[in-house]
Design a protein. Structure first.
Length: 398
């Protein structure tokens, strides 16, 4: 299943509706190797980057993308954990999603969904229920260019929530069956909400060959047989030039390996899986999980057609403007800032030229919502000077 466009409105945290496109907006030339052809004259960006300062809304935005994908997969609302921005809604509030997607059959779908926050009787927490849903469909052969991709005015609904009757739970989307038919082997993986225990289990399940890229000093690591009495499985760990030793509990591994090392290894494993099968990899704060050189290498892997043969897509947030220079096209970058609410804009709408160095443009402060780096430094310097001036001077005895 390929997500082509996502539009969400009704969220209090956003000043304007969240409107994201996963297909190329700008003109495509032969040199654009970072693109994957979905249909004739319709291309998907292999990477989408979301950049903004702290509190600009990067995490809520990528969480809502994951939320929409989980909903399409048929996951019940009660099990979708990675959408904290919905906590700000009150009981009775509604928000609306428009999701445009296509499957392996090359049919195009538009799903309109209205979700309401409701009272969960006999439970401590509220719940979300899907109040209304309408699904439209059309043949991909009717698409002549990108501008016709999202036009469903002439289409009639092929499925409504009412038609499903009482067979479908209130918190499961009608897209569930479509997804199962159309998704094939595509993967949707993310590191957004992994708990410490989940991270540990994911790390212990990765391909051991990947450790030479993230932890070259580890020769081998494996789960041991379960203890006869407690049934708890321990961990055998061996570093180079050292005898192997045994950890009685898996969580003891955190004494020897950092969560950062585990996250980077799991991230590389997820990237390998998505590149092999196609699909999406979502990463929040790419620079937190990978060093600069490894983050650049990951971006380049997704942009290489010989590696990314099935059109896998990496969606990542970052604070690092230098990573923007690895993005070949402006339409693969979204700028975020907070101005009476979260504002998300595609860089192609603000910057028509592709020959400019994107990190310099971002740092220059010429784009709305970005501040000049020297201006920020001057403000910090002024604040520190004023703070020092307010300190009482110590008297010295003569």
């Amino acid at each position: 299943m390929r997500l082509l466009k996502l539009k969400i409105h009704g969220l209090r945290a956003y000043q304007t509706p969240l409107d994201l496109e996963f297909v190329a907006r700008q003109r495509v030339v032969k040199e654009n190797t970072h693109l994957y052809e979905l249909l004739p004259r319709v291309y998907q960006n292999s990477t989408l980057m979301f950049i903004g300062d702290n509190t600009s809304g990067k995490t809520p935005t990528i969480e809502m993308i994951s939320y929409a994908m989980r909903m399409l997969e048929g996951m019940p609302q009660s099990l979708i954990r990675n959408a904290k921005v919905l906590d700000s809604l009150s009981v009775g509030d509604r928000f609306h999603l428009e999701t445009y997607f296509m499957g392996t059959s090359e049919k195009l779908y538009k799903l309109e969904t209205t979700i309401r926050k409701d009272v969960a009787f006999f439970e401590e927490e509220s719940k979300f229920i899907i109040e209304q849903e309408v699904l439209y469909k059309k043949e991909a052969s009717k698409i002549r260019s990108r501008k016709h991709l999202f036009s469903f005015e002439e289409s009639v609904p092929v499925l409504t929530r009412k038609a499903k009757g009482e067979k479908l739970p209130l918190d499961v989307s009608i897209a569930k069956d479509i997804y199962q038919e159309e998704a094939c082997s595509m993967q949707h993986l993310d590191l957004i909400t992994l708990s410490e225990e989940e991270l540990l289990l994911e790390f212990l399940s990765v391909d051991q060959s990947l450790l030479k890229f993230t932890a070259p000093l580890i020769e081998k690591i494996s789960l041991d047989d379960a203890h006869e009495v407690t049934a708890v499985r321990g961990v055998r760990l061996k570093f180079d030039d050292m005898e192997p030793f045994f950890l009685k509990e898996k969580k003891e591994l955190f004494r020897y390996l950092s969560p950062g090392l585990m996250r980077s290894t799991v991230l590389l494993h997820m990237a390998s899986t998505v590149l092999k099968h196609g699909g999406y990899l979502l990463v929040d704060a790419l620079e937190k999980d990978l060093s600069r050189d490894k983050a650049v290498a990951l971006l380049r892997l997704f942009g290489k057609p010989e590696v990314n043969r099935k059109g896998a897509c990496l969606l990542a947030t970052t604070l690092d403007p230098d990573l923007l220079d690895e993005m070949e096209r402006s339409d693969s970058i979204y700028l975020l800032h907070h101005e009476g609410g979260i504002k998300v804009r595609n860089l192609a709408e603000l910057l028509t030229r592709n020959d400019l160095k994107k990190s310099d443009v971002y740092r220059s402060g010429t784009l709305s919502g970005t501040a000049h780096l020297e201006t920020r430094f001057d403000e910090l310097l002024r604040h520190l000077k004023e703070d020092r001036q307010e300190e009482p001077t110590e008297k010295t005895e003569g």
